[in-house]
Design a protein around this ligand. Structure first.
Ligand SMILES: *Cc1c(COP(=O)(O)O)cnc(C)c1O
Length: 450
C-alpha cells in the first residue's frame, strides 16, 4: 500500500479550494445561530460548518474545500465516511438500531470484543467491555482495577489527559479549560512525573520512572495502588513521546506490586502511530487498555480490553450502560477494523511519518521557533518556543493555527502550555494534499516570523 494518489474519493475532489474568506458568509450565519442556541461552554476551533468529507478533504457550506489535518481529533483514521463503515452502518440501521446488549444481546458486540482481544498486545486470555466515550472507558477501567485489587489509589502522570467526567477530569493534568470551576474532584488520584525528553535535560527514561515509582512507594505505598493509568504517547499533553524505558519501567513496577497497569490508548491506538497500539513500541503488554477515537470511523464507541481474570473479577451487572456497544457503532467498528487490516493501515501511518518528518526538519533549519519535532506515524507534532530558548511560545502556535485555517488547512493545537501544533491526518490522506498542507505550514512560518 502507498498513500492514495486519488484525485476523487467518494465524489469529493481531493483538492484545496477556497471560494470565500474563511469562515465564509453561510458559516458566519450558522455561527451566529450557534451562539444563540448552543451553550457557550462548547467552543469551536474553526467555525466552518461541514457538509461533506472524504479522503483528506472537508467541504463547508460555502463550498470551500479544506485539507483536514485533524481527523476530528484522531477519530476518522480510516477516512471520513469510509465506504466499509458506511456499508456496515447502513445495513445495521435498517435491521435494528438498539436492543440494549444487557437486555437482549446481538453478535456484532461479541465480534468487536473478539477483534479487540485479538488485536491488543499480548496473547494471554482477554475479555472486553464496550462503552460510548473515551472518558467512560477510562472510568470503567478504574472501576475494574479497584474491584480486582480491592485497593483505591489511582496514579496518573503529568500532562496526562483522560476526559471530562468528574473522575477523568481529576485524572487530567491541565486546569484550563478542562477543570477550571468544575471541582471538587474525585479523591484518591495521584500525579507523578512523566518523561518529557525535550524538557528533561540529560535525564533518561528509567531515571524519570524512578522518581515516579519512588513517589508512589514513599507517598502512597505501592500496596494501596489499584491502577497506574498512562498514555504511551501523551495526546492532549502535546504528543509527548516518553524517553525509551520510562513506560516499560512503570509497567514493570506495576507488575511487581500487584497494580493494574492501564494503557490509555484512546488517541494513540488503532494504527494511528504505525502500530496497532503504541504500547508495542516499548514492548509493553498492558493489563488493561482503553480505546475509543479511531475504533469506529467516527461512530461513538469505546472499550476496555484486558486480562480475563481482571475483567471477569467484576460482579455481573456491575458494568454496562444503556447505549454501550450500540449495534450501529459496532457495525462501524467492524468495517473500520476490516479496512485497517485489508489496507495495511500501519504502513500508511509510517508513510505519513516518512513524508512529514523530513519536511518539518527542513522547516526547523530556517525557523528555530520549532523547538522540537516528535511523534510517530500519523501522530506528529511540533513544539513552538521563543527562539534560542525552550520557553513555550503559545502566541506563535495560535498565529500559525490562524494562518493555516485562513488558507484552508484544518489544524489543531495541544500541550499544557498551548504551544504544540499537532497533526493527525487520516490514513486516506492523498500524498499531494499532505505535501500541500506542509507547504502552507511553511508559508505560515514565514508570514508569522518576527
Ligand atoms: C480523547 C481522549 C479521552 C477522552 O475521550 P472522550 O471520547 O472525549 O471521552 C481519554 N483519553 C485520551 C488519551 C484521549 O485522547
Amino acid at each position: 500500500m502507498t498513500l492514495a494518489p486519488e484525485r476523487v474519493v467518494n465524489g469529493v475532489e481531493q483538492q484545496r479550494l477556497l471560494v470565500t474568506e474563511i469562515p465564509g458568509p453561510l458559516s458566519r450565519g450558522l455561527l451566529a445561530r450557534k451562539q444563540n442556541a448552543v451553550s457557550a461552554g462548547i467552543g469551536v476551533g474553526l467555525p466552518v460548518f461541514i457538509t461533506k468529507a472524504a479522503g483528506g478533504i472537508l467541504i463547508d457550506v460555502d463550498g470551500n474545500s479544506l485539507i483536514d489535518l485533524g481527523s476530528g481529533i484522531a477519530v476518522t483514521t480510516v477516512g471520513n465516511a469510509n465506504p466499509e463503515v458506511v456499508r456496515g452502518v447502513q445495513d445495521q440501521v435498517a435491521n435494528f438500531t438498539h436492543t440494549c446488549f444487557m437486555v437482549t444481546p446481538y453478535e456484532s458486540y461479541v465480534q468487536v470484543c473478539e477483534a479487540l482481544n485479538r488485536l491488543t498486545p499480548g496473547d494471554h486470555e482477554k475479555r472486553s467491555a464496550l462503552f460510548n466515550s473515551g472518558a467512560e472507558a477510562v472510568e470503567n477501567a478504574v472501576k475494574i482495577a479497584r474491584a480486582y485489587t480491592k485497593r483505591q489509589a489511582v496514579v496518573v502522570v503529568e500532562h496526562g489527559y483522560h476526559g471530562r467526567t468528574n473522575l477523568t477530569m481529576g485524572m487530567t493534568a491541565k486546569n484550563m479549560p478542562y477543570k477550571q470551576s468544575f471541582g471538587p474532584f474525585a479523591p484518591e488520584i495521584y500525579r507523578v512525573p512523566v518523561s518529557y525528553p525535550y524538557h528533561d535535560g540529560p535525564h533518561t527514561g528509567p531515571e524519570v520512572a524512578a522518581w515516579a515509582t519512588s513517589r508512589i512507594d514513599k507517598e502512597l505505598g505501592a500496596a494501596n495502588v489499584a491502577a497506574i493509568v498512562v498514555e504511551p504517547i501523551l495526546g492532549e499533553g502535546g504528543f509527548i513521546v516518553p524517553a525509551p524505558g520510562y513506560y516499560k519501567a512503570l509497567a514493570d513496577f506495576a507488575n511487581s506490586h500487584g497494580i493494574v497497569f492501564v494503557a490509555d490508548e484512546i488517541q494513540s491506538g488503532f494504527c494511528r502511530t504505525g502500530n496497532w497500539f503504541a504500547s508495542e513500541f516499548e514492548g509493553v503488554v498492558p493489563d488493561l487498555i482503553t480505546t475509543a477515537k479511531g475504533i469506529a470511523g467516527g461512530m461513538p464507541l469505546a472499550a476496555v480490553t484486558g486480562r480475563a481474570e481482571i475483567m471477569d473479577s467484576v460482579h455481573a451487572g456491575g458494568l454496562g450502560g444503556t447505549y454501550g456497544g450500540n449495534p450501529v457503532a459496532c457495525a462501524a467498528a467492524l468495517g473500520s477494523i476490516r479496512w485497517m487490516e485489508e489496507n495495511n493501515a500501519n504502513a500508511l501511518a509510517k508513510e505519513i511519518e516518512g513524508v512529514m518528518l523530513p519536511r518539518l526538519l527542513d522547516m526547523q533549519v530556517n525557523h528555530p521557533g520549532i523547538g522540537d519535532i516528535r511523534g510517530r506515524g500519523a501522530m506528529i507534532a511540533i513544539e513552538l518556543v521563543k527562539e534560542g530558548t525552550r520557553t513555550p511560545d503559545p502566541d506563535r502556535a495560535a498565529a500559525l493555527n490562524k494562518y493555516c485555517h485562513q488558507h484552508g488547512v484544518v489544524t489543531l493545537t495541544a500541550g499544557t502550555y498551548g504551544n504544540v501544533f499537532r497533526f493527525l491526518p487520516a490514513l486516506t490522506m492523498p500524498r499531494h494534499l499532505l505535501e500541500e498542507a506542509l507547504t502552507i505550514l511553511e508559508q505560515a512560518f514565514e508570514a508569522t516570523a518576527n
